[in-house]
Design a protein around this ligand. Structure first.
Ligand code: AMP
Ligand code: MG
Length: 519
């Protein structure tokens, strides 16, 4: 175990690539470089709110001492650190946005653990960088709590994600117009330290291609493969690498669908090239099952990033990455066929996931596919609570004689009275489903085990986060600690005080279902 303040950090990324070493924090375009040096801007009084002890243990990071807390607040940069903001671009809501970059994230260095793997340690909210554009480089407690808890929750749900090591309040206030209605207010500032093997996004590659910096692009692709995809070698390695990014991205999306996660801002600058869930903003879990739900108020006009569109958007985003790789691949037909593999790969993952959620030995034929389709249709019509519905399904009795019996059984997952025709549909599904379960080649125990592993019982609902944040702002951390504890075993029945549908008051309350990007 080593302390943040006494560790020798590695700096392979900055030593490999050209960067702007000036330390100038004024917003500007930075052609020719992959990063710009950015010292965090000191804050008044960093105080530790949360520390991820298990993550720290796995990386070999010792409990924070007073110097470490100064690091977490951006007040101390040790000699082996090289603080920088990465330069990337992206497509936002389908449009080319040009250079974006880390506007409020600063990587301090690469931490090599005792197992020999390295993680970038990054502060989010540590002040302006060359890429802050017109914004302040800061983050408020509200959005920092959301990133901290949710990235950890996703990890414990077994979903690929960046992690959060620490959360500090800064002692400074930050002004935000939370509702974009011209009524800005002061909120407490905070900083999250997050970790990942790399925070590289599709947008890092798009930036270099757009600028026609082909040497930099080639070097970045080769470096990425060498470090993060070391098993890929040979003449066609770029092609194979892209194929693997396609697969990892599809896998991540299927995992989101499994638990009902909506990212909310799937711009290409928020797509990890390692297939990790990254940049937690106005995300949400589904409460009621509505494929058309987007939690992001900015996304409302087109609902581009709605729950049910995520698989298509990921494909579109991958096509943007493919486009960025064209200068490196002479045979674009091959690049296209790697991209097109997405569809088959996605569906096979999707059906394997649905089989697990339903406790089936597989989705083996047309009838099975039809059964999944029936369920999706009736869930969309009735919109029960997704999490509770699947939990109930685990305990589905075999003797539901009537539609009414069945409806009573599912009652605790419902947000309203379903239409009689939808109830009939659900009953038909249940009947077919039970017949299908009897034909399973696996044992009942095995089937139940699959369901319990695939269906979380505790999810970090927006209204819970909202309440925990309000409490924290008043100086109480009771609910925060409970959530921090519960998210560590989301598949157990140990946290059933949270096992209920979203309460009525939270339906219209801002921050409980819809969120703005203001963070
Ligand atoms: P997002 O969609 O939230 O991931 O952010 C899009 C871009 O805006 C990224 O380049 C961010 O770094 C930048 N950004 C967001 N909030 C701020 C902020 N408060 N200060 C500076 N840059 C920001
Ligand atoms: Mg982002």
């Amino acid at each position: 175990m080593e302390n943040l303040s006494s560790k020798r950090f590695k700096r392979d990324f900055v030593d490999t690539f050209p960067g702007d070493d000036s330390g100038d924090l004024h917003p500007r375009q930075t052609p020719g470089v992959l990063y710009s040096k950015a010292r965090p801007t000191p804050v008044r009084k960093p105080e530790l709110v949360a520390w991820s002890a298990e993550l720290a243990d796995s990386l070999g990071i010792a409990k924070p001492n007073p110097d470490d807390i100064q690091i977490l607040g951006g007040n101390l940069v040790t000699p082996t650190m090289y603080p920088y903001a990465a330069c990337y671009a992206g497509h936002q809501f389908g449009n080319w946005a040009g250079q974006l970059g880390d506007g409020r994230a600063i990587t301090l260095g690469e931490w090599e653990s005792h197992h020999g793997n390295t993680s970038e340690l990054q502060l989010k909210g540590a002040g302006p960088t060359a890429y802050s554009r017109r914004a302040d480089g800061r983050a408020v407690l509200r959005s920092s709590v959301r990133e901290y808890l949710m990235s950890e929750a996703m990890h414990y749900l077994n979903i690929p994600t960046t992690r959060a090591l620490a959360l500090v309040t800064t002692g400074d206030m930050v002004t935000r117009d939370m509702f974009y209605d011209g009524r800005p207010a002061d909120e407490p500032g905070a900083i999250v330290m997050r970790t990942a093997p790399s925070f590289l996004r599709f947008g890092n590659f798009e930036m270099l291609a757009a600028r026609n910096e082909i040497d930099n692009l080639t070097q970045l692709v080769n470096w990425t493969i060498e470090r993060f995809y070391p098993h890929i070698e040979g003449d066609e390695k770029v092609l194979h690498w892209f194929g693997e990014v396609v697969e990892r991205t599809a896998t991540m999306i299927v995992e989101w669908l499994r638990v009902g996660f909506v990212h909310g801002v799937m711009n290409t600058d928020n797509m990890s090239v390692l297939g990790l869930t990254i940049d937690y903003g106005p995300y949400s879990f589904l409460d009621n099952y509505d494929p058309d739900f987007t939690p992001n108020t900015t996304d409302l006009p087109g609902k581009r990033y709605a729950f049910g569109k995520q698989a298509n958007i990921a494909y579109w985003n991958l096509s943007r990455l493919a486009n960025a790789l064209v200068p490196m691949i002479s045979d674009t037909g091959q690049l296209e066929s790697q991209l097109r593999r997405y569809e088959d790969f996605y569906w096979s993952k999707y059906y394997a996931m649905m089989a697990n959620k339903l406790g089936m030995d597989g989705i083996n034929n047309e009838d099975d596919v039809k059964l999944v389709g029936e369920l999706t249709k009736v869930l969309t019509a009735i919109q029960p609570d997704m999490t509770i519905f699947y939990q109930l399904l685990i305990d589905l009795p075999t003797d539901l004689a009537t539609e009414e019996d069945m409806l009573n059984f599912f009652r605790s997952s419902l947000y309203g009275d379903p239409e009689p025709t939808d109830v009939t549909q659900l009953y038909a599904f249940v009947t077919n489903y039970q017949a299908r379960l009897r034909a399973n080649s696996c044992t009942r125990e095995d089937s139940l085990l699959r369901m319990r592993k695939a269906n979380p019982r505790f999810i970090l609902r927006n209204y819970l986060l909202h309440t925990a944040i309000e409490e924290l702002q008043r100086g109480e951390n009771n609910l925060f600690l409970k959530l921090q504890h519960a998210l560590k075993d989301p598949y157990s029945k140990n946290h059933d005080e949270f096992f209920k549908i979203r309460p009525g008051w939270a339906t219209q309350q801002a921050g409980c279902s819809m969120l703005s990007c203001s963070s």
